[in-house]
Design a protein around this ligand. Structure first.
Ligand SMILES: [Zn+2]
Length: 510
Protein backbone atom coordinates (compact mmCIF):
# COMPACT_ATOMS: atom_id res chain seq x y z
CA UNK A 1 0.00 0.00 0.00
CA UNK A 2 2.79 2.29 0.88
CA UNK A 3 4.57 1.34 -2.31
CA UNK A 4 1.38 1.96 -4.26
CA UNK A 5 0.97 5.39 -2.70
CA UNK A 6 4.52 6.24 -3.56
CA UNK A 7 3.91 5.10 -7.13
CA UNK A 8 0.72 7.13 -7.29
CA UNK A 9 2.43 10.23 -5.95
CA UNK A 10 5.24 9.71 -8.40
CA UNK A 11 2.78 9.28 -11.28
CA UNK A 12 0.86 12.35 -10.27
CA UNK A 13 4.09 14.28 -9.97
CA UNK A 14 5.36 13.08 -13.35
CA UNK A 15 2.11 13.87 -15.13
CA UNK A 16 1.36 17.12 -13.40
CA UNK A 17 4.67 18.82 -14.03
CA UNK A 18 4.45 19.01 -17.82
CA UNK A 19 0.82 19.87 -17.43
CA UNK A 20 1.74 22.90 -15.32
CA UNK A 21 4.29 23.87 -17.95
CA UNK A 22 1.69 23.64 -20.73
CA UNK A 23 -0.63 25.91 -18.82
CA UNK A 24 2.17 28.36 -18.44
CA UNK A 25 2.91 28.36 -22.19
CA UNK A 26 -0.73 28.97 -22.96
CA UNK A 27 -0.67 31.98 -20.71
CA UNK A 28 2.39 33.24 -22.51
CA UNK A 29 0.86 32.83 -25.95
CA UNK A 30 -1.31 35.13 -28.00
CA UNK A 31 -2.47 35.05 -31.61
CA UNK A 32 -1.81 38.24 -33.54
CA UNK A 33 -3.36 39.54 -36.71
CA UNK A 34 -0.78 41.05 -39.03
CA UNK A 35 -1.44 43.64 -41.70
CA UNK A 36 0.90 44.96 -44.36
CA UNK A 37 1.87 48.59 -43.98
CA UNK A 38 -0.69 51.31 -44.39
CA UNK A 39 2.01 53.31 -46.13
CA UNK A 40 2.55 50.56 -48.66
CA UNK A 41 2.44 52.72 -51.73
CA UNK A 42 4.84 50.93 -53.95
CA UNK A 43 4.48 51.31 -57.67
CA UNK A 44 1.07 52.93 -57.53
CA UNK A 45 2.31 56.06 -55.82
CA UNK A 46 2.49 59.24 -57.82
CA UNK A 47 6.10 59.93 -58.60
CA UNK A 48 7.34 56.42 -57.97
CA UNK A 49 8.15 55.99 -61.60
CA UNK A 50 11.25 57.98 -62.28
CA UNK A 51 11.68 56.76 -65.80
CA UNK A 52 11.32 53.01 -65.52
CA UNK A 53 8.24 50.88 -65.74
CA UNK A 54 6.89 48.68 -62.94
CA UNK A 55 6.20 45.27 -64.46
CA UNK A 56 2.49 44.65 -64.68
CA UNK A 57 2.86 40.87 -64.75
CA UNK A 58 3.98 39.95 -61.31
CA UNK A 59 6.99 41.89 -60.22
CA UNK A 60 6.25 44.78 -57.99
CA UNK A 61 7.07 45.78 -54.47
CA UNK A 62 3.67 45.64 -52.83
CA UNK A 63 4.09 43.79 -49.55
CA UNK A 64 2.17 40.52 -49.31
CA UNK A 65 2.39 37.68 -46.83
CA UNK A 66 3.66 34.40 -48.22
CA UNK A 67 3.55 30.85 -46.90
CA UNK A 68 6.61 30.28 -44.75
CA UNK A 69 7.21 33.93 -43.83
CA UNK A 70 8.73 34.25 -40.39
CA UNK A 71 8.52 37.05 -37.86
CA UNK A 72 11.21 37.48 -35.24
CA UNK A 73 9.70 38.48 -31.90
CA UNK A 74 11.33 40.61 -29.22
CA UNK A 75 9.91 41.92 -25.97
CA UNK A 76 11.14 45.01 -24.20
CA UNK A 77 10.43 45.38 -20.49
CA UNK A 78 12.01 47.72 -17.96
CA UNK A 79 14.73 48.68 -20.40
CA UNK A 80 15.72 45.09 -21.13
CA UNK A 81 15.09 43.21 -24.35
CA UNK A 82 14.30 39.51 -24.63
CA UNK A 83 14.03 37.43 -27.77
CA UNK A 84 11.40 34.73 -28.27
CA UNK A 85 12.88 31.27 -28.49
CA UNK A 86 12.01 30.84 -32.14
CA UNK A 87 10.54 33.05 -34.87
CA UNK A 88 6.80 32.86 -35.48
CA UNK A 89 5.62 31.38 -38.75
CA UNK A 90 2.62 33.05 -40.35
CA UNK A 91 -0.65 31.20 -41.04
CA UNK A 92 -4.19 31.99 -42.24
CA UNK A 93 -2.92 34.21 -45.04
CA UNK A 94 -5.77 36.06 -46.74
CA UNK A 95 -6.25 35.51 -50.46
CA UNK A 96 -4.93 38.98 -51.27
CA UNK A 97 -1.90 38.41 -49.04
CA UNK A 98 -2.60 41.54 -47.04
CA UNK A 99 -3.37 39.93 -43.69
CA UNK A 100 -2.27 36.84 -41.80
CA UNK A 101 -2.07 35.46 -38.28
CA UNK A 102 0.87 34.41 -36.17
CA UNK A 103 1.46 33.26 -32.62
CA UNK A 104 3.57 35.19 -30.15
CA UNK A 105 5.06 33.30 -27.23
CA UNK A 106 6.44 35.64 -24.59
CA UNK A 107 9.93 34.75 -23.40
CA UNK A 108 9.85 33.21 -19.91
CA UNK A 109 11.83 36.07 -18.43
CA UNK A 110 9.06 38.56 -19.22
CA UNK A 111 6.85 39.31 -16.20
CA UNK A 112 3.30 39.14 -17.47
CA UNK A 113 1.87 41.31 -14.70
CA UNK A 114 4.00 44.26 -15.76
CA UNK A 115 3.97 46.46 -18.88
CA UNK A 116 5.97 45.44 -21.93
CA UNK A 117 6.27 46.17 -25.63
CA UNK A 118 6.38 43.59 -28.38
CA UNK A 119 8.60 44.23 -31.39
CA UNK A 120 8.36 42.10 -34.51
CA UNK A 121 10.71 42.14 -37.47
CA UNK A 122 10.41 40.38 -40.81
CA UNK A 123 12.30 40.33 -44.07
CA UNK A 124 15.60 41.18 -42.49
CA UNK A 125 17.80 39.71 -39.81
CA UNK A 126 17.24 41.21 -36.35
CA UNK A 127 19.09 40.67 -33.11
CA UNK A 128 19.65 42.08 -29.64
CA UNK A 129 22.62 44.31 -29.00
CA UNK A 130 22.84 45.39 -25.36
CA UNK A 131 19.40 46.96 -24.70
CA UNK A 132 18.37 47.46 -28.29
CA UNK A 133 16.80 45.53 -31.12
CA UNK A 134 18.86 45.95 -34.23
CA UNK A 135 17.63 45.31 -37.75
CA UNK A 136 20.52 44.43 -39.98
CA UNK A 137 20.84 45.82 -43.43
CA UNK A 138 23.58 43.52 -44.51
CA UNK A 139 21.20 42.23 -47.17
CA UNK A 140 22.88 42.54 -50.52
CA UNK A 141 21.58 44.50 -53.36
CA UNK A 142 20.71 41.84 -55.86
CA UNK A 143 19.88 41.30 -59.46
CA UNK A 144 16.48 39.73 -59.85
CA UNK A 145 14.27 38.18 -62.46
CA UNK A 146 11.05 39.83 -63.41
CA UNK A 147 9.17 37.33 -61.29
CA UNK A 148 11.71 37.30 -58.50
CA UNK A 149 10.45 37.21 -54.96
CA UNK A 150 11.75 39.80 -52.55
CA UNK A 151 11.29 40.00 -48.86
CA UNK A 152 10.63 43.54 -47.80
CA UNK A 153 12.05 44.55 -44.41
CA UNK A 154 9.11 45.44 -42.16
CA UNK A 155 8.49 45.77 -38.44
CA UNK A 156 5.82 46.52 -35.86
CA UNK A 157 5.53 47.41 -32.21
CA UNK A 158 2.58 46.63 -29.96
CA UNK A 159 1.77 47.27 -26.32
CA UNK A 160 0.89 44.53 -23.87
CA UNK A 161 -2.69 43.43 -24.42
CA UNK A 162 -2.76 44.21 -28.11
CA UNK A 163 -3.15 41.50 -30.70
CA UNK A 164 -2.75 43.71 -33.73
CA UNK A 165 0.56 43.81 -35.59
CA UNK A 166 0.46 46.79 -37.90
CA UNK A 167 3.63 46.49 -39.91
CA UNK A 168 5.63 49.41 -41.30
CA UNK A 169 8.26 49.49 -43.98
CA UNK A 170 11.83 50.21 -43.00
CA UNK A 171 13.19 51.13 -46.40
CA UNK A 172 12.81 52.94 -49.66
CA UNK A 173 13.40 50.69 -52.64
CA UNK A 174 15.08 51.43 -55.90
CA UNK A 175 14.44 49.20 -58.86
CA UNK A 176 17.07 49.86 -61.47
CA UNK A 177 16.65 48.25 -64.86
CA UNK A 178 19.81 48.06 -66.95
CA UNK A 179 19.40 47.50 -70.68
CA UNK A 180 22.52 46.14 -72.29
CA UNK A 181 22.21 47.38 -75.87
CA UNK A 182 25.83 46.59 -76.68
CA UNK A 183 27.03 43.54 -78.56
CA UNK A 184 28.89 41.94 -75.70
CA UNK A 185 28.10 40.65 -72.25
CA UNK A 186 28.70 43.06 -69.37
CA UNK A 187 29.16 42.94 -65.65
CA UNK A 188 27.30 45.87 -64.11
CA UNK A 189 28.17 46.99 -60.61
CA UNK A 190 25.77 49.53 -59.09
CA UNK A 191 27.59 52.28 -57.22
CA UNK A 192 24.74 54.51 -56.20
CA UNK A 193 24.38 58.17 -57.01
CA UNK A 194 26.92 60.91 -57.23
CA UNK A 195 25.00 63.61 -55.41
CA UNK A 196 25.76 66.67 -53.37
CA UNK A 197 22.87 66.13 -50.97
CA UNK A 198 22.03 62.43 -50.71
CA UNK A 199 18.40 61.75 -50.02
CA UNK A 200 19.26 58.48 -48.38
CA UNK A 201 21.80 56.63 -46.37
CA UNK A 202 22.77 53.20 -47.48
CA UNK A 203 23.21 51.67 -44.12
CA UNK A 204 23.74 48.30 -42.53
CA UNK A 205 21.79 48.48 -39.32
CA UNK A 206 19.03 50.38 -37.64
CA UNK A 207 18.01 50.57 -34.00
CA UNK A 208 14.32 49.80 -33.59
CA UNK A 209 13.77 50.17 -29.89
CA UNK A 210 14.49 53.87 -29.55
CA UNK A 211 11.59 56.24 -29.70
CA UNK A 212 12.77 57.26 -33.13
CA UNK A 213 14.50 54.80 -35.33
CA UNK A 214 18.18 55.45 -35.44
CA UNK A 215 20.61 54.43 -38.13
CA UNK A 216 23.97 53.27 -36.96
CA UNK A 217 27.11 52.28 -38.75
CA UNK A 218 26.44 54.23 -41.90
CA UNK A 219 28.03 52.82 -44.95
CA UNK A 220 29.31 54.77 -47.90
CA UNK A 221 27.27 54.89 -51.07
CA UNK A 222 29.82 52.81 -52.87
CA UNK A 223 29.32 49.43 -51.31
CA UNK A 224 30.46 47.93 -54.53
CA UNK A 225 31.18 44.26 -54.33
CA UNK A 226 27.70 43.05 -53.59
CA UNK A 227 25.85 44.79 -56.36
CA UNK A 228 27.14 43.12 -59.46
CA UNK A 229 25.09 41.41 -62.11
CA UNK A 230 26.02 39.96 -65.48
CA UNK A 231 23.87 40.91 -68.46
CA UNK A 232 24.02 39.23 -71.84
CA UNK A 233 24.07 41.29 -75.06
CA UNK A 234 20.60 42.63 -75.79
CA UNK A 235 19.35 41.50 -72.39
CA UNK A 236 18.10 43.36 -69.35
CA UNK A 237 19.13 43.10 -65.72
CA UNK A 238 17.39 44.44 -62.66
CA UNK A 239 18.98 45.50 -59.40
CA UNK A 240 16.92 46.23 -56.32
CA UNK A 241 18.47 48.37 -53.62
CA UNK A 242 17.35 49.22 -50.12
CA UNK A 243 17.84 52.75 -48.90
CA UNK A 244 16.97 54.44 -45.67
CA UNK A 245 15.81 58.02 -46.21
CA UNK A 246 18.25 60.21 -44.40
CA UNK A 247 16.13 63.30 -44.08
CA UNK A 248 12.65 64.27 -43.15
CA UNK A 249 10.33 63.98 -46.07
CA UNK A 250 9.22 67.29 -47.49
CA UNK A 251 6.47 67.76 -50.00
CA UNK A 252 7.65 67.85 -53.56
CA UNK A 253 5.65 70.85 -54.63
CA UNK A 254 7.44 73.15 -52.23
CA UNK A 255 10.57 72.70 -54.27
CA UNK A 256 13.50 73.00 -51.98
CA UNK A 257 14.06 70.15 -49.60
CA UNK A 258 16.80 67.98 -48.25
CA UNK A 259 15.09 65.09 -49.91
CA UNK A 260 15.67 66.55 -53.35
CA UNK A 261 18.25 65.11 -55.66
CA UNK A 262 20.51 67.71 -57.14
CA UNK A 263 22.67 66.95 -60.13
CA UNK A 264 22.58 63.23 -59.49
CA UNK A 265 24.54 61.06 -61.84
CA UNK A 266 24.18 57.32 -61.57
CA UNK A 267 27.54 55.66 -61.01
CA UNK A 268 28.44 52.16 -62.07
CA UNK A 269 31.38 49.96 -62.91
CA UNK A 270 30.92 48.19 -66.21
CA UNK A 271 33.49 45.52 -67.05
CA UNK A 272 35.85 47.08 -64.48
CA UNK A 273 35.61 50.60 -65.93
CA UNK A 274 34.02 53.34 -63.87
CA UNK A 275 31.22 55.05 -65.79
CA UNK A 276 28.41 57.41 -64.93
CA UNK A 277 25.43 58.87 -66.69
CA UNK A 278 25.85 62.32 -68.19
CA UNK A 279 22.21 62.93 -67.62
CA UNK A 280 21.33 64.84 -64.54
CA UNK A 281 18.53 63.39 -62.48
CA UNK A 282 16.86 66.26 -60.73
CA UNK A 283 14.09 65.61 -58.34
CA UNK A 284 11.74 67.50 -56.12
CA UNK A 285 9.67 64.55 -55.16
CA UNK A 286 8.77 62.62 -52.04
CA UNK A 287 10.98 59.72 -51.14
CA UNK A 288 8.85 57.72 -48.76
CA UNK A 289 9.47 54.50 -46.92
CA UNK A 290 7.71 51.60 -48.56
CA UNK A 291 7.79 53.30 -51.90
CA UNK A 292 9.58 51.82 -54.87
CA UNK A 293 11.35 54.07 -57.36
CA UNK A 294 11.75 52.67 -60.83
CA UNK A 295 14.61 53.75 -63.03
CA UNK A 296 15.92 52.66 -66.36
CA UNK A 297 19.37 53.07 -67.85
CA UNK A 298 20.86 51.99 -71.15
CA UNK A 299 24.38 50.89 -71.95
CA UNK A 300 25.23 51.24 -75.63
CA UNK A 301 28.79 49.94 -75.47
CA UNK A 302 30.38 53.29 -74.72
CA UNK A 303 28.03 55.36 -72.59
CA UNK A 304 25.47 54.92 -69.87
CA UNK A 305 22.36 57.07 -69.95
CA UNK A 306 18.89 57.30 -68.48
CA UNK A 307 16.38 55.89 -70.90
CA UNK A 308 13.46 57.91 -72.01
CA UNK A 309 10.85 57.71 -74.69
CA UNK A 310 12.27 60.61 -76.66
CA UNK A 311 15.83 59.76 -77.60
CA UNK A 312 17.54 56.78 -79.21
CA UNK A 313 20.78 57.18 -77.27
CA UNK A 314 22.66 59.47 -74.91
CA UNK A 315 23.97 61.87 -77.56
CA UNK A 316 21.74 64.88 -77.05
CA UNK A 317 20.50 67.10 -78.54
CA UNK A 318 18.59 64.90 -80.96
CA UNK A 319 16.56 66.20 -83.87
CA UNK A 320 12.96 65.12 -83.40
CA UNK A 321 10.85 64.97 -86.55
CA UNK A 322 7.21 65.17 -85.53
CA UNK A 323 5.94 65.22 -89.11
CA UNK A 324 4.69 68.81 -88.93
CA UNK A 325 3.38 70.58 -92.07
CA UNK A 326 6.17 73.17 -92.12
CA UNK A 327 8.85 70.48 -91.81
CA UNK A 328 10.06 72.05 -88.57
CA UNK A 329 12.10 69.67 -86.43
CA UNK A 330 12.52 70.21 -82.71
CA UNK A 331 15.43 69.61 -80.35
CA UNK A 332 14.92 66.80 -77.82
CA UNK A 333 16.07 69.03 -74.99
CA UNK A 334 16.49 72.66 -73.96
CA UNK A 335 19.43 74.76 -75.06
CA UNK A 336 22.47 73.79 -72.97
CA UNK A 337 20.64 70.86 -71.32
CA UNK A 338 22.17 67.40 -71.32
CA UNK A 339 18.90 65.48 -71.53
CA UNK A 340 15.16 66.08 -72.07
CA UNK A 341 14.40 66.49 -68.37
CA UNK A 342 17.14 69.00 -67.68
CA UNK A 343 16.45 72.73 -67.61
CA UNK A 344 19.44 73.94 -69.58
CA UNK A 345 20.23 77.66 -69.32
CA UNK A 346 17.83 80.49 -68.60
CA UNK A 347 18.17 83.47 -70.93
CA UNK A 348 16.81 86.98 -70.98
CA UNK A 349 15.19 87.55 -74.40
CA UNK A 350 17.85 88.51 -76.93
CA UNK A 351 20.74 87.52 -74.66
CA UNK A 352 22.92 84.47 -75.28
CA UNK A 353 24.63 83.94 -71.94
CA UNK A 354 23.23 82.79 -68.64
CA UNK A 355 23.48 85.08 -65.64
CA UNK A 356 23.24 84.80 -61.90
CA UNK A 357 20.53 87.45 -61.77
CA UNK A 358 17.86 88.61 -64.24
CA UNK A 359 16.25 92.05 -64.11
CA UNK A 360 15.99 95.32 -66.07
CA UNK A 361 19.12 96.69 -64.42
CA UNK A 362 21.32 94.10 -66.09
CA UNK A 363 19.30 93.51 -69.28
CA UNK A 364 21.51 93.87 -72.33
CA UNK A 365 19.05 95.74 -74.58
CA UNK A 366 17.81 98.53 -72.40
CA UNK A 367 18.84 101.58 -70.49
CA UNK A 368 17.13 103.15 -67.54
CA UNK A 369 15.74 106.65 -67.74
CA UNK A 370 14.61 107.34 -64.25
CA UNK A 371 11.97 104.71 -63.60
CA UNK A 372 11.44 104.16 -67.31
CA UNK A 373 12.77 101.23 -69.29
CA UNK A 374 14.13 102.35 -72.65
CA UNK A 375 14.62 99.46 -75.06
CA UNK A 376 17.74 99.86 -77.22
CA UNK A 377 17.31 97.04 -79.75
CA UNK A 378 14.31 95.24 -81.28
CA UNK A 379 11.82 98.05 -80.84
CA UNK A 380 9.66 99.97 -83.30
CA UNK A 381 11.11 103.35 -82.40
CA UNK A 382 14.74 102.12 -82.38
CA UNK A 383 15.26 99.74 -85.29
CA UNK A 384 11.82 98.44 -86.20
CA UNK A 385 13.02 94.86 -85.70
CA UNK A 386 10.73 92.32 -84.10
CA UNK A 387 12.82 89.21 -84.73
CA UNK A 388 16.22 88.30 -83.29
CA UNK A 389 19.37 88.54 -85.38
CA UNK A 390 21.36 85.28 -85.40
CA UNK A 391 24.02 86.72 -83.09
CA UNK A 392 21.35 87.38 -80.45
CA UNK A 393 19.70 83.98 -80.83
CA UNK A 394 20.51 81.87 -77.76
CA UNK A 395 20.16 78.60 -79.68
CA UNK A 396 22.43 79.66 -82.52
CA UNK A 397 24.97 81.31 -80.23
CA UNK A 398 25.31 78.24 -77.99
CA UNK A 399 24.65 75.31 -80.33
CA UNK A 400 25.69 76.66 -83.74
CA UNK A 401 24.01 77.71 -86.97
CA UNK A 402 21.96 74.50 -87.28
CA UNK A 403 19.77 75.56 -84.35
CA UNK A 404 17.47 78.54 -83.86
CA UNK A 405 14.94 79.81 -81.42
CA UNK A 406 11.43 79.02 -82.73
CA UNK A 407 9.19 81.60 -84.38
CA UNK A 408 5.68 82.35 -83.20
CA UNK A 409 4.31 80.19 -86.02
CA UNK A 410 6.52 77.26 -85.08
CA UNK A 411 5.29 77.38 -81.49
CA UNK A 412 1.71 77.57 -82.74
CA UNK A 413 2.32 74.62 -85.06
CA UNK A 414 3.57 72.58 -82.11
CA UNK A 415 0.42 73.32 -80.13
CA UNK A 416 -1.93 72.76 -83.08
CA UNK A 417 -0.43 69.46 -84.20
CA UNK A 418 0.21 67.60 -80.98
CA UNK A 419 -1.58 66.36 -77.90
CA UNK A 420 -0.03 67.32 -74.63
CA UNK A 421 0.09 65.59 -71.26
CA UNK A 422 1.44 66.57 -67.87
CA UNK A 423 3.99 63.96 -66.94
CA UNK A 424 7.19 63.18 -65.09
CA UNK A 425 10.48 62.34 -66.77
CA UNK A 426 13.59 61.50 -64.77
CA UNK A 427 11.93 62.99 -61.71
CA UNK A 428 11.00 66.27 -63.39
CA UNK A 429 7.45 67.43 -64.15
CA UNK A 430 6.58 68.94 -67.47
CA UNK A 431 4.47 68.57 -70.58
CA UNK A 432 5.05 66.00 -73.25
CA UNK A 433 3.85 67.02 -76.72
CA UNK A 434 2.99 64.04 -78.86
CA UNK A 435 2.59 64.51 -82.60
CA UNK A 436 -0.89 63.79 -83.95
CA UNK A 437 0.81 62.90 -87.23
CA UNK A 438 3.51 60.38 -86.39
CA UNK A 439 3.43 59.83 -82.62
CA UNK A 440 6.89 61.25 -82.02
CA UNK A 441 7.13 63.34 -78.89
CA UNK A 442 9.15 66.00 -77.12
CA UNK A 443 9.23 66.76 -73.41
CA UNK A 444 9.19 70.34 -72.08
CA UNK A 445 10.23 70.35 -68.42
CA UNK A 446 8.43 72.75 -66.11
CA UNK A 447 11.47 74.88 -65.51
CA UNK A 448 9.63 77.90 -64.13
CA UNK A 449 11.40 81.19 -64.79
CA UNK A 450 14.09 83.28 -63.21
CA UNK A 451 13.76 86.80 -61.91
CA UNK A 452 16.67 88.37 -60.11
CA UNK A 453 18.42 85.34 -58.64
CA UNK A 454 15.34 83.25 -57.84
CA UNK A 455 13.73 80.43 -59.80
CA UNK A 456 9.94 80.64 -59.59
CA UNK A 457 7.35 77.92 -60.34
CA UNK A 458 9.86 75.13 -60.95
CA UNK A 459 7.89 71.94 -61.44
CA UNK A 460 4.57 73.69 -61.97
CA UNK A 461 4.93 75.78 -65.14
CA UNK A 462 7.41 77.15 -67.64
CA UNK A 463 7.85 79.74 -70.34
CA UNK A 464 9.84 79.01 -73.48
CA UNK A 465 11.13 81.93 -75.54
CA UNK A 466 10.50 82.44 -79.23
CA UNK A 467 12.72 84.62 -81.42
CA UNK A 468 10.04 87.33 -81.77
CA UNK A 469 8.95 90.26 -79.66
CA UNK A 470 5.92 92.49 -79.35
CA UNK A 471 8.16 95.31 -80.49
CA UNK A 472 5.93 98.11 -79.32
CA UNK A 473 6.36 96.89 -75.76
CA UNK A 474 8.95 95.43 -73.37
CA UNK A 475 7.65 91.89 -73.96
CA UNK A 476 9.16 88.97 -75.80
CA UNK A 477 6.86 86.22 -77.03
CA UNK A 478 6.98 82.76 -75.54
CA UNK A 479 5.15 79.49 -75.04
CA UNK A 480 3.60 79.12 -71.61
CA UNK A 481 3.03 75.62 -70.27
CA UNK A 482 1.24 74.76 -67.07
CA UNK A 483 0.79 71.70 -64.91
CA UNK A 484 -2.22 69.49 -64.37
CA UNK A 485 -4.52 67.40 -66.51
CA UNK A 486 -6.22 70.46 -67.92
CA UNK A 487 -3.09 72.58 -67.80
CA UNK A 488 -3.02 75.58 -70.03
CA UNK A 489 -0.67 75.94 -72.99
CA UNK A 490 -0.65 79.33 -74.65
CA UNK A 491 1.54 81.77 -76.48
CA UNK A 492 1.97 85.19 -75.02
CA UNK A 493 4.25 87.98 -73.87
CA UNK A 494 6.77 87.94 -71.04
CA UNK A 495 9.05 90.67 -69.75
CA UNK A 496 12.22 90.48 -71.85
CA UNK A 497 14.52 90.84 -68.87
CA UNK A 498 13.31 87.67 -67.14
CA UNK A 499 15.17 84.38 -67.51
CA UNK A 500 13.33 81.74 -69.53
CA UNK A 501 14.54 78.55 -71.15
CA UNK A 502 14.77 77.94 -74.88
CA UNK A 503 13.76 74.93 -76.94
CA UNK A 504 15.46 75.12 -80.30
CA UNK A 505 14.30 74.14 -83.76
CA UNK A 506 16.64 72.61 -86.30
CA UNK A 507 17.47 74.38 -89.52
CA UNK A 508 17.93 72.12 -92.54
CA UNK A 509 21.49 72.40 -93.84
CA UNK A 510 21.82 72.96 -97.59
ZN1 LIG B 1 18.03 63.49 -76.98
Amino acid sequence: MKKFTLLLVTLIYVFLLPSCDDNDIEKRQAVFTATVPAEDLSSSRLGSVINGVPAADGFNLNARWKEGDKIQIFVRQDGRVYQAESPSTVFDISSDGKTCSFMVTLPKSVKRDRDYDIIGVTGVEAYIDAEDVIASYSLKRVGIDVNGELSLPMWFTAKKGSNQAKFSHLCVYEVLTVNNNSESSITFRHQGFDVTNPWYKYSDKIVLTNSSRKIVSQDSQTDAESNEITIAPGATGTIVSWYIPAYDIIDATTGVSNAAIDNARLKAVINNDAVSTDDVLKSHKIFARGNAYYMDVNWDGSSLFYSNAFCPDGNHPHIIDMGFPSGTKWACCNVMANSPAESGYYFAWGETKRKTSYDWDNYKWCKRSGDNIVITKYHYNVDGKSRLDPEDDAATANWGAAWRMPTYLQLKELLDNSDSDWTNVNGVWGRVFKSKTNGESVFFPATGYRYESTIYNFGTSAEYWSCVTYYTTTYGIGLYIEGGDVGNCSIGGKQRCAGHVVRAVHVAQE
